[in-house]
Ligand binder design. Structure first.
Ligand code: FE2
Ligand code: FE2
Length: 268
């Protein structure tokens, strides 16, 4: 199966560039299953029901979350209506789940969403959560496992890869909104430390530059906002996966002006 992953979708510019390009990208690259991260989809903070419906209409199959999953209270009622996940290492009493299994091209694939420790709300240990969850998926006979590791620290994402390589099909990091240049396949596991944002590419992590500049100059709090107009980017990573192993991977960056850049993974 060929799966694609899109990182943090930021506000309307992120949603629009997906609407304008995803169907064509799926067709052109023969993509079977699309996962995307929704945590900043509604004006930079969380996900509304309206935007969930809009995004699932573009050809996305399942969406993962992060620390901003909870920014809109309505999210608690959306987990039963849509294929939405939130980090699996939130305590059991928190609504939603962070792991679901799907059938794609006659094979099962589990999507697991985790959240790191550094700079994040206090949740259960993501490394232990990953180990336990993978053990139960393997017991159920699920070989293909995709992980969105939502974390601030690159070291946490890398350590997860080193702990899990050969046991899962792909691990991609989200949250920083800035892509890293280390797409690789090692022992059959596809890996990218961070995929980077889908939204405005000419501001500060997808948000209007004036707010962070003022915050840095004054030290005073101010709420981020998504620019109304900007140059945007859609960042997508594609993995060929079968029998638990990733055999091929590449990243496609699509700009709103039509430019496209493709980077192949290195294989070890
Ligand atoms: Fe984010
Ligand atoms: Fe985040």
């Amino acid at each position: 199966m060929r799966i694609a992953f899109i990182g943090d979708i930021i506000g309307r510019p992120g949603r629009s560039i997906i609407k304008e390009n995803l169907k064509q990208l799926k067709k052109e690259h023969k993509i079977d299953f699309v996962i995307a991260n929704y945590e900043n989809a509604s004006h930079g903070f969380g996900l509304t029901q309206k935007n969930a419906a809009e995004l699932f209409n573009t050809g996305i199959d399942v969406m993962t979350g992060g620390n901003h999953s909870w920014d809109r209270k309505e999210i608690h009622g959306l987990f039963d209506k849509y294929e939405l996940l939130r980090p699996h290492n939130y305590p059991l009493e928190v609504s939603g789940t962070g792991c679901k299994t799907y059938e794609v091209c006659g094979e099962k694939i589990a999507v697991l969403n985790l959240m790191g420790y550094y700079g994040m709300p206090l949740t259960d240990n993501p490394f232990r959560c990953a180990k336990d969850t993978i053990a139960s998926l393997q017991e159920e006979g699920v070989k293909n496992i995709f992980i969105d590791m939502h974390a601030e620290a690159t070291a946490e994402k890398r350590a997860l890869m080193m702990m899990l390589k050969s046991q899962v099909s792909a691990i991609v990091g989200t949250h920083t909104h800035v892509g890293t240049d280390d797409l690789q396949i090692d022992e059959g596991t596809g890996y990218l430390t961070d995929i980077g944002l889908t939204g405005c590419r000419d501001n500060v992590i997808g948000m209007s530059s004036d707010v962070p500049i003022r915050r840095f100059l004054t030290g005073l709090p101010e709420r981020f906002k998504v620019p109304d107009k900007c140059k945007s980017i859609l960042q997508m990573v594609v993995f060929d996966i079968s029998e638990g192993k990733c055999s091929n991977a590449f990243k496609i960056k699509t700009f709103n002006d039509g430019r496209k850049f493709i980077t192949e993974a290195w294989i070890d």
